[in-house]
Design a protein around this ligand. Structure first.
Ligand SMILES: [Fe+2]
Length: 354
């Protein structure tokens, strides 16, 4: 790339991570030219993508560098679609088949959570539907991913915990989703093993670069694993972001234990190997005991990360329950959950974590 567009969010511009990448890109005086778009919202909207594509066109850029959490990476990724087809109607994205020749994309995550850097999709809130849409295409994949723990050093403990919980949920839900993909299963279980060791260390000491590095790798592994698919917890989490503006990782963390209990009750033994990955001696336990011990371990694990609060502690109101259920039942993730989920189930699950 000779004229890259660096895409990030406004909060990141004042961080060491941004300054480090900007210094690497160099100053214009050195003959290197790069441009900046820093308007990405925490839950990205269509306009973020439009503005990124416009900045790309205006500055005659030849590639995009996404720097940040999943939001910045998703916007950077998807803007290339709009560069190729400026009149694209997102609601008809899948009618279009030729997405070859997109501008090259370099992904540099500054959080260890979504794993968007290794994903082929972008999650964008569409104007037309006011919902998060998953824009999926293999051509969206990054040409280069840079996992540098130095860039996650400054991530505050709360965000370290919440984004890490997203990665953990990816690993647990993809492992337990009943799609046949033993490779993803192996990656998911090792991801859990890494997270159980590294997340508490990164949370307690942000400068622990070994822990930071392992979390970055585990987050990428979680996202590779969930190419299999996800489950009920993500279907509960998505509406909490669109309706209540909740951070995606936090939403997963608050719903994870209820989701695990729900699945284990209907499919005993589901979490035995998750427990083994956590270091628990549950190989010879009864199916119910293995699940119970694994879930109880996870509950304590999240509590130690400060993630044992309820939805109401984060401003979710009981009167929002119906809207949450309505969106959750339409979310595609639970279609591949370990067990089927009904509207009534969602109601009960939300109530449990309310
Ligand atoms: Fe997620």
């Amino acid at each position: 790339m000779q004229r890259p567009l660096l895409v990030t969010d406004p909060g990141l511009v004042n961080t060491d991570a941004f300054r480090s990448v900007a210094a690497t890109l160099g100053a214009n005086s050195e003959g290197k030219t790069w441009f900046l778009y820093s308007g990405v919202h925490p839950n990205p909207v269509e306009n973020d993508v439009r503005e990124t594509a416009a900045a790309f066109q205006k500055n005659n850029c030849d590639g995009i560098i996404g720097l940040g959490g999943g939001s910045a990476l998703d916007v950077a990724k998807a803007a290339r679609l709009l560069v190729k087809r400026p009149r694209l109607d997102w609601t008809k994205f899948y009618d279009e088949s030729d997405w070859s020749g997109l501008a090259p994309f370099v992904a540099i995550p500054t959080t260890a959570g979504t794993g968007s850097e290794v994903g082929r999709s972008s999650v964008i809130m569409l104007d037309a539907t006011k919902r998060k849409a998953v824009i999926f295409h293999p051509e969206l994949l990054a040409k280069l991913v840079i996992l540098d723990p130095e860039l996650t050093r400054g991530l505050p403990p709360k965000l370290t915990a919440a984004t890490g919980a997203d990665a953990l949920t990816h690993c647990i839900e993809s492992y337990t989703c009943p799609v046949f993909h033993p490779m993803c299963d192996g990656i998911a279980l090792e991801g859990i093993h890494l997270i159980v060791d590294a997340l508490p260390r990164a949370y307690k000491n942000g400068n622990d670069l070994d822990a930071r590095g392992k979390m970055l790798v585990a987050a990428a592994m979680g996202a590779v694993a969930f190419q299999k698919d996800l489950g009920v917890v993500h279907s509960m989490a998505h509406p909490l972001s669109t309706i209540c503006g909740m951070h995606h990782g936090l939403a997963n963390a608050l719903c994870l234990i209820a989701g695990m209990k729900f699945c284990a009750a209907r499919k005993p033994g589901l979490y035995r190997r998750v427990g083994v990955a956590c270091g628990l001696d549950v190989v010879k336990s009864s199916a119910a005991d293995a699940d119970q011990r694994t879930i109880s371990f996870m509950k304590d694990f999240l509590a130690d990360l400060g993630l044992n609060t309820k939805l109401r502690d984060h401003g979710v109101k009981p009167e929002q329950l119906d809207a949450l259920v309505n969106q959750a039942i339409e979310d595609p993730c639970h279609k591949t959950n370990a067990v089927p989920v009904t509207r009534e189930n969602f109601h009960e699950l939300y109530q449990e974590v309310m």
